[in-house]
Design a protein around this ligand. Structure first.
Ligand code: ATP
Length: 137
């Protein structure tokens, strides 16, 4: 029996479908969810989501959010997420450079440094996931 999976953000539905397996970057480490997994709610860190259907993987970048496993469905409520093939690598590289510049700018307060670090993690994840897709397709 497949898993009914939804990947959503506050703005849009990114993926909806029946899948055999979903792997997510949990805050405590990577997690694989198979059918009949026990109910669970956990937070996600920036990283890659891999959705497997009929042995075919699909890759997504996620910047953080929540995973909820319910008996009837699995929901990923992401802060932001993109399908690997919709990631604009040049944009992510620019975001990386901007974040690095902001991190080395010592005039900002601690909050700015934390925001720059988070932006860097989002951008690095996008570049990594987009490159992985190219190798696999
Ligand atoms: P940027 O500084 O380039 O806007 P960001 O990390 O600040 O990057 P977010 O606030 O995380 O961007 O996301 C805003 C929206 O733009 C989301 O819908 C996200 O999916 C999308 N997005 C961000 N970066 C990219 C990218 N490199 N390729 C495709 N979509 C992206």
């Amino acid at each position: 029996m497949p898993i009914k999976l939804q990947i959503v953000t506050a703005e849009r539905l990114i993926f909806e479908g029946d899948v055999d397996e979903v792997n997510v970057p949990g805050q405590e480490g990577d997690m694989g969810i198979l059918p009949k997994h026990a109910p669970l709610m956990t937070t996600l860190r920036p990283g890659e989501i891999v959705v497997v259907t009929d042995k075919q993987p699909q890759f997504f970048a996620v910047s953080g959010g929540f995973l909820e496993v319910r008996p009837e469905r699995v929901i990923i409520l992401a802060d932001s997420a993109e399908r690997a093939d919709e990631i604009d690598i040049a944009r992510a590289q620019e975001a990386m450079e901007r974040a690095k510049a902001n991190m080395s700018d010592k005039t900002g307060g601690g909050l700015d440094a934390a925001a720059a670090e988070a932006a860097l993690a989002r951008a690095l994840t996008r570049v990594k996931v987009a490159n992985k897709r190219r190798k696999n397709n």
